[in-house]
Design a protein around this ligand. Structure first.
Ligand SMILES: Nc1ncnc2c1ncn2[C@@H]1O[C@H](COP(=O)(O)OP(=O)(O)OP(=O)(O)O)[C@@H](O)[C@H]1O
Ligand SMILES: O=C(O)[C@@H](O)C(=O)CO
Length: 424
């Protein structure tokens, strides 16, 4: 068991987990990310562990069971503070899973109070008076209203979370946060006296998150996007260092697979195609019709891989996604596409790809599972929220570099820029 483990984290998807790990690493923590709950003890001397689950859109009962199992494992490794990481766009449905998992972790840890804030100002996610903004838009006016699995139609997070929780949800607003940690502590005491157990916290800048951090040292459980993480290493006297992010040198062929239909990914796919590089669209209806789309995609990729990165994608605009879902059902469409892209990712690595970008959280979860990856080391950041990682896989015994890109993260040229960063 690591005696130095300071923070035990549970992330509800794989891209979210690397996003959180990236912010912890940049602020000075040594971090390892596990895929699911490891079967044995932690075999790494690190400050924080992020357990990546694939629990964002599964049944709330299953998400609760998996999250509590992760908590139990993290407690056994010596962690004393815990962080439940969800999406910076608060991706959830009326059934959950943010509320049910938060309450189950509160029960298991027997804590009376925790916070909830998806704020991630570096990626234009800000929370003001309890309302979540994505760039200049309220969450409910942003591309998230059309998300294939978790459409977000209300920006008022107190209301959204209250609908998912039995406990009372309140607010620590920007004026309190602006006054610093002591004011936050006083507000927490006041809310607790009013019977509030979970507080949405406003934050519109990194300065807000850093001001908030000292007041969080006393809370055994935090729930947030990745933004809150930037202030936590400082609570342990750690400071930013580039050493925490060192990875082995990159080698091998390069590829991108994308099952994300988010706005940023749509732009990135278009940018890659416009750059003249080889790109292949896969059609969910053909998968549903029983065609062996994965084998065909791999044969196509085999013809192009030697000359630079290739892209295989199911990424589509909201109208096209809705049409597919109307034909196949939301879950079936999602599952079929994820499994096909995961098979393609595995085949690409078996064909010699050692630098792989995966776009989409659910998609990344399916790909790391298909690659049999148990653990990821976190390296340098490509864009806010997206680091290169290194992992061992039965399909790549010497290891491979992976970038798991959240749907709405990254600049338009992300799919080409990522490889340049790795060489640089
Ligand atoms: N053309 C398509 N039609 C219908 N569903 C699709 C299509 N392409 C992908 N999907 C499904 O949409 C879902 C996209 O979710 P995913 O989490 O991978 O991306 P994202 O939501 O953009 O990423 P993140 O969660 O990191 O923000 C997956 O279940 C995927 O299989
Ligand atoms: O917080 C985010 O936006 C991302 O890390 C994520 O969770 C997307 O799946």
């Amino acid at each position: 068991m690591s005696t130095r483990l300071k923070l035990g984290c549970i992330a509800d998807d794989s891209t979210g987990a690397t996003d959180l790990a990236n912010n912890l690493v940049r602020a000075g923590m040594r971090v390892v990310q596990t895929i699911g709950v490891p079967p044995g003890p932690l075999d790494a001397d690190v400050d924080a562990v992020v357990v990546a689950l694939k629990s964002r859109t599964i049944a709330p009962e299953d998400a609760v069971a998996q999250s509590v199992a992760a908590l139990t494992w993290l407690q056994a490794q010596g962690a004393t503070q815990f962080y439940f990481k969800y999406c910076s766009t608060f991706d959830s449905t009326a059934r959950g899973n943010i509320g049910p998992v938060t309450e189950a972790l509160m029960d298991a840890l027997d804590v009376p109070f925790t916070i909830a804030t998806p704020a991630f100002p570096e990626n234009q996610r800000t929370v003001f008076k309890g309302h979540l903004f994505v760039g200049d838009l309220l969450l409910s006016d942003s591309g998230m209203k059309d998300h294939p699995l978790t459409p977000m139609t209300d920006a008022n997070l107190v209301r959204v979370l209250q609908a998912q929780c039995k406990r009372k949800v309140g607010l620590i607003d920007y004026q309190v946060v602006g006054q610093g940690a002591d004011a936050v502590r006083a507000r927490i005491a006041e809310l607790k006296a009013q019977g509030v157990a979970i507080a949405i916290v406003d934050a519109v800048s990194n300065a807000d998150l850093l001001r908030l951090a000292p007041a969080l040292a006393e809370l055994p459980l935090l729930t947030a996007g990745s933004g809150v993480a930037i202030g936590l290493p400082g609570n342990h006297g750690l400071a930013p260092s580039s050493q925490a992010a060192e990875l082995p040198p990159a080698e091998g062929l390069q590829a991108v697979v994308s099952g994300s239909c988010s706005l940023a990914t749509n732009r990135q796919v278009l940018d890659f195609i416009r750059s003249g590089r080889p790109a292949l669209a896969i059609d969910p209806l053909r998968i549903a019709a029983g065609e062996d789309v994965a084998t065909k995609a791999l044969a196509w990729a085999g013809e192009h891989l030697a000359s630079g990165p290739v892209l295989v994608y199911s990424t589509a605009e909201p109208g096209a996604v809705r049409a597919i879902q109307a034909r196949l059902g939301v879950e079936q469409a999602g599952g079929l596409v994820e499994q096909t892209i995961a098979r393609i990712a595995r085949g690409l690595v078996e064909a010699g790809v050692r630098q792989l970008v995966v776009a989409g959280g659910e998609t990344s979860g399916a790909c790391v599972q298909a690659l049999g990856i148990a653990q990821l080391r976190i390296g340098g950041q490509i864009d806010p929220g997206v680091p290169w990682c290194h992992a061992l896989s039965p399909a790549a015994p010497g290891g491979l570099h992976l970038a798991l890109k959240s749907g709405n993260f990254g600049t338009d040229d992300f799919f080409t820029k990522a490889f340049a960063r790795l060489q640089g």
